[in-house]
Design a protein around this ligand. Structure first.
Ligand code: 0L1
Ligand code: MG
Length: 283
């Protein structure tokens, strides 16, 4: 005879999938990460504390609810960001696909401005390449050439990541649910036309307090930064969503992420006449 649901081993007969995560769990998990962000208190990852079986589809449902909650508070989306876009990070997390989240207006500091370390739990900075499109892009089938054709400007950017999880300790679903650690962004004011820069060979150097921390080229972002935007458009297309013209899109990090602290002066310097972008850190 078969097993009832209460007997050990019943999982052999059914699979917990997306449809089994009801609305109340999505709300609970999104509130869990939102409260951590708002109170600047680190939390234990969802897959350890609340839902070991959280999968990637479910994690994006939690992220969507988190985004909805922020928008309900009047916070505005500046644009999407891609994460885990370097080969090293993908290997470390044992994944093949990058992930995406969203940067909001309250996270943005003007170029050369000051960010308060008190706004974060354990912030790190990474230099990125950002895109502004002149037309919407929606997958499937978006290519690097499609992206370059639709790109109005490329600009330097620094992203501040601040996982809400203890010691940046998370699985892929955890970090997706946590809006891919999005916490801060500084966009440069030098706008470059895509045809005026060689995006895969452009050199980017991260300097803190006058000392070079790390350097890399655009190719560190999925082989070519425009490839990252194409992957984003294709991932969003699977959900009937798109990358919109005018958004500031973070393609991914060129170097490793470096911890920052009060008193730091952070600069990312770009070759190819892309300019630089900077901020300082206060208490
Ligand atoms: O923007 C990023 O690449 C970070 C994605 C999340 C992973 C992390 O917090 O290190
Ligand atoms: Mg990033």
């Amino acid at each position: 005879m078969g097993k009832t649901l209460s007997e050990p081993g019943c999982e052999t007969y059914y699979r917990k999938d997306v449809s089994e995560m009801d609305e109340s769990i999505i709300k609970e998990l999104s509130q869990y990460v939102l409260t951590a962000e708002e109170e600047k208190e680190e939390i234990i990852k969802i897959t350890e504390a609340l839902r070991p079986e959280l999968n990637i589809d479910e994690a994006y449902m939690v992220q969507e609810e988190l985004i909805r909650k922020k928008m309900e508070k009047g916070q505005k989306v500046i644009g999407p960001k891609m994460g885990i876009t370097s080969e090293a990070k993908m290997k470390q997390m044992n994944v093949d696909n990058p992930i995406y989240g969203y940067v909001f207006d309250y996270m943005v500091t003007e170029d050369g401005g000051a960010v308060s370390a008190g706004n974060f739990i354990h912030p790190k900075v990474e230099p990125e390449i950002a895109f502004i499109l002149s037309e919407d892009l929606q997958g499937p089938g978006i290519t690097v050439d499609d992206v370059l054709e639709a790109t109005e400007f490329i600009l330097p950017a620094l992203e501040i990541i601040d996982s809400r999880y203890e010691n940046f300790n998370f699985t892929l679903p955890d970090v997706i649910a946590d809006n891919t650690s999005a916490a801060g962004a500084v966009y440069g004011t030098d706008l470059t036309k895509p045809e005026d820069v060689d995006l895969d060979t452009v050199e980017v150097t991260l300097v803190i307090n006058g000392e070079v921390q790390d350097a890399g080229t655009g190719a560190a972002i999925l082989g070519h930064p425009a490839n990252s935007i194409a992957r984003l458009a294709n991932m969003l297309g699977e959900k009937g969503r798109k990358v919109s013209a005018g958004e500031r899109i973070l393609a991914g990090a060129v170097t490793q992420a470096i911890p920052i602290k009060p008193g730091d002066h952070v600069v990312a310097k770009y070759g190819g006449e892309m300019g630089e972008v900077s901020f300082k850190v206060t208490d």
